[in-house]
Design a protein around this ligand. Structure first.
Ligand SMILES: *Cc1c(COP(=O)(O)O)cnc(C)c1O
Length: 382
């Protein structure tokens, strides 16, 4: 008997029968690249990408493929040494991962029993915490950010206290994505204290470099790792280091937590060419990175001032990161702004579906030329 060629509907039926049912209808993370694929180089270069918080400018790196027939080390030594030097922690406190996103996933898989344990997030926040939890079968408890008399988008400490004992992992994002603000150090510390016997507290510092005057001296949250057992810090080369395409991030925690996460990660998690490029960036290009951050921060100040003067804009969020979030007066003006840019091949990110962010859009700080092109276009709306 010969097998008949398979067809889409029979595969679909088989998947529905065999797969974890909650995945079948799950919507994957709508990353900036899934919403607008970059396509081939020609297509990619014909668009202005201001939707994924990537830094502008190309890097130049040397690759040596001599040993490419060999598996790489589990954690390439040169890479760990370079990051250790940068973050001022011992190499034993560092796990290099496939982007900070893999760190998020590993933490959830290591601490949450599927269909039993929960994570806690403070929306509006980075989407991958909930997606990774959902993928794994962990529940998501939300304690939204609140506006206080002094500042917007702050932690609700009372609301967080009510969840002590009910969650295994708490995700704090500082500076927040998409909100942009840094959480006060005292509040981060209060949350760590609050959950010290019951949950890991993850401080996602994907935008760390944009907040820091002195990158190597200011490691405020990483220093907490030696004082509190339940602190994990996430970092990445995707933002200030302008290496989003590399997929390289770091999970920083006590040696014991790193040992645990190492049981869950893939056997050869860092491809050799990635380690090579990342090590070069972390040793030779720190000054370049610093200049990139200074430029982005200057551009941010200008963009915020400009946005505040536009009729269609009613609120600009303070930002310590390489992007600016703002609110339009209403849905139709939000769509007008977004669509005018898309029609002219400038892509920004619509954040209006997020909790509390009705009519909000986010602009990533590309180059000065890109931002001025965006302003010119939007000035026609007056
Ligand atoms: C971009 C981003 C990440 C993911 O970084 P990768 O290293 O590219 O996976 C994680 N957290 C936040 C808050 C981010 O904005």
């Amino acid at each position: 008997m010969s097998a008949s060629a398979n067809n889409a509907s029979s595969i679909d039926a088989l998947i529905r029968k065999l797969a974890r049912e909650e995945l079948v209808d799950m919507v994957p993370y709508q990353s900036a690249r899934r919403l607008f694929a970059s396509g081939d180089n020609e297509q990619a270069n014909s668009k202005t990408w201001l939707n994924a918080n990537e830094a502008p400018g190309q890097g130049k790196y040397q690759l040596n493929s001599e040993n490419i027939n060999r598996y790489p080390d589990f954690q390439p030594q040169a890479l760990l040494n370079a990051y250790s030097n940068y973050c001022k922690l011992s190499v034993k406190s560092i796990l290099a991962t496939r982007g900070a996103d893999e760190g998020i996933e590993l933490i959830i898989r290591s601490f949450c029993k599927a269909y039993q344990d929960s994570i806690l997030i403070c929306p509006p926040t980075y989407g991958m915490y909930a997606i990774s939890a959902e993928n794994h079968g962990a529940d998501v408890i939300k304690v939204p950010l609140i506006n206080t008399t002094e500042a917007k988008c702050q932690l609700d400490l009372e609301g967080l206290k009510a969840q002590v004992g009910k969650v295994k992992v708490v995700f704090l994002c500082s500076p927040g994505n998409p909100t942009g603000n840094t959480l006060p150090q005292a509040e981060i510390k209060a949350v760590i204290e609050m959950f010290k016997d019951s949950a890991m507290v993850v401080v996602d510092e994907a935008y760390y470099e944009y907040t820091s005057e002195d990158f190597s001296a200011d490691q405020i949250n990483t220093k907490l790792i030696s004082t509190y057992d339940n602190v994990i810090v996430l970092r990445t080369l995707s933002k200030a280091f302008a290496l989003a395409g590399l997929r390289c991030g770091f999970t920083l925690a006590s040696e014991e937590v790193i040992t645990l996460l190492s049981k869950v990660i893939a056997p050869y998690p860092v491809p050799a060419p990635i380690a090579e490029i990342a090590s070069q960036a972390l040793t030779n290009d720190l000054a370049l990175m610093q200049t990139r951050v200074i430029n982005a921060n200057a551009l941010r100040t200008e963009l915020i001032t400009w946005l505040e003067q536009q009729n269609w804009c009613c609120e600009v969020f303070p930002s310590d990161a390489n992007f600016v979030l703002f609110r339009c007066n209403n849905l139709s003006e939000k769509d007008t702004v977004f669509n005018l840019l898309v029609e002219n091949n400038i892509l920004i990110r619509d954040q209006s579906k997020q909790l509390q962010l009705e009519n909000c859009l986010r602009i990533s700080l590309g180059s000065e030329a890109e931002i001025s092109q965006l302003k010119q276009l939007l000035e026609t709306l007056k």
